[in-house]
Every structure is written in structure tokens, then in C-alpha cells.
Design a protein around this ligand. Structure first.
Ligand SMILES: [Ca+2]
Ligand SMILES: [Ca+2]
Ligand SMILES: [Ca+2]
Length: 202
């Protein structure tokens, strides 16, 4: 399966964002899904045998949908599995999956950002809203930061066996949030380490 997201909001604010899933012959596996979000983390997070893609909607430049939500797609059958509304959205960060509460099940960490740089309006304050969401769609944590956090990282920075959420922020600070999730790996993928997204931290 090849997953591709088309973000038309830069060109036509009224158009939604579509997600296409195609096979190795570039044939559609099912009709494109109206998702509203161009960035996802992908995996079988609820262990039901179906692969999900979870992200938060993108509203930059006025598009795409008049629904502000974290969205979960079922990529196995090509449907929207659930949506959870949030109070505001703008520029989608790269979501990651990490066990934040230590129950052995990965949550989704997503951010929506109004950066101090791109598309910023004079006289307004930047912000980032970070959400930790269970695979069922339940939001278990929300934190607000003073500027954009586009690429959260989950890594055990202090070597105590528990992962921290490392949050590089556009305000020049790096915020570190403790979690109860055990560090089970010696390397952690980074969403934007390089163009192929194959970089990792150790
Ligand atoms: Ca699943
Ligand atoms: Ca968990
Ligand atoms: Ca730690």
C-alpha cells in the first residue's frame, strides 16, 4: 500500500484534503478519503487488525473543512474511523505514537500550531496546542505552548527507563514533558529528520 495525502488548501481554501491509498500499480484501493489532514502517524494502534492513520486537521489559509478535529482513518477499508473535536486548529504538526501513560498501549501525540513565522498576523500571539489521544479517540491530555511545536519526539533523554516528550518550540526553547511510558527501544524515528523520514535518534 502506498499512502499519499493531497493538501489543496494552499491553492483553493474551500477544497478538502484527500488521502489516497493505492497499490503498487498505482490503482486506488478505495475512493479517496476526505480527511482534512495531510500529516499522519500510521499503525494498528487499537490492535483490531486494521491499520489506522491519525492526524489533526489543517486549516491554514482558511481551508479545508469546517470541522476542527483529530481524525482517525481506517486505511484497511478506507473510512473515517472517528473524529474528536478540538477548540482551534491551524497548521498541522507531525504526529507521533508513544505510550505516554504507561499502560502498554501507544497514544497519539498531535499538535496544531499558529506559528510566529509562517502566516502570522501582526498583533496576534502564536500558540501550539498539543493533544495526547488514545486509539479510541479519547483525549487524555492537552497542553498549550507559546509558539509552534511542529515535530514532537518521544525519547528517554535522561536514561531513567521512561520516555520523555521532547518538544522543540519556535520560541527558542525545548520543552521536555515526563511520561510513564517505558523506553522499549534504543532508537526513535523522527518525523522530519530528512526528506525520506528515515532518520532516528539514539
Ligand atoms: Ca487498528
Ligand atoms: Ca498508553
Ligand atoms: Ca526518561
Amino acid at each position: 500500500m502506498i499512502l499519499a495525502a493531497q493538501n489543496l488548501t494552499w491553492f483553493e481554501p474551500r477544497h478538502p484534503t484527500f488521502v489516497y491509498c493505492v497499490n503498487d500499480r498505482l490503482e486506488d484501493l478505495y475512493p479517496p478519503i476526505h480527511s482534512g489532514t495531510p500529516r499522519f502517524v500510521v499503525g494498528d494502534f487499537d490492535a483490531d487488525g486494521h491499520v489506522e492513520a491519525v492526524g489533526i486537521q489543517d486549516y491554514r489559509d482558511g481551508g479545508p473543512l469546517r470541522e476542527w478535529a483529530v481524525v482517525c482513518l481506517d486505511l484497511t477499508v478506507g473510512t473515517v474511523k472517528w473524529k474528536r473535536e478540538v477548540p482551534r486548529i491551524w497548521l498541522t504538526g507531525d504526529p507521533i505514537a508513544a505510550d505516554v501513560d504507561g499502560d502498554g498501549i501507544r497514544e497519539i501525540v498531535v499538535t496544531t500550531n499558529y506559528p510566529s513565522g509562517y502566516a502570522h498576523q501582526p498583533g496576534t500571539r502564536p500558540w501550539c496546542d498539543l493533544y495526547v489521544v488514545r486509539p479510541t479517540g479519547e483525549v487524555i491530555l492537552r497542553r498549550t505552548f507559546p509558539d509552534a511545536v511542529m515535530s514532537p519526539i518521544a525519547i528517554d533523554v535522561d536514561g531513567d527507563g521512561l520516555i520523555e516528550l521532547v518538544l522543540p518550540c519556535y520560541d527558542g526553547q525545548v520543552y521536555v514533558m515526563p511520561t510513564r511510558g517505558p523506553a522499549a527501544s534504543e532508537s526513535w524515528p523522527l518525523p522530519q529528520a530528512n526528506a525520506c523520514r528515515t532518520g532516528s535518534a539514539t
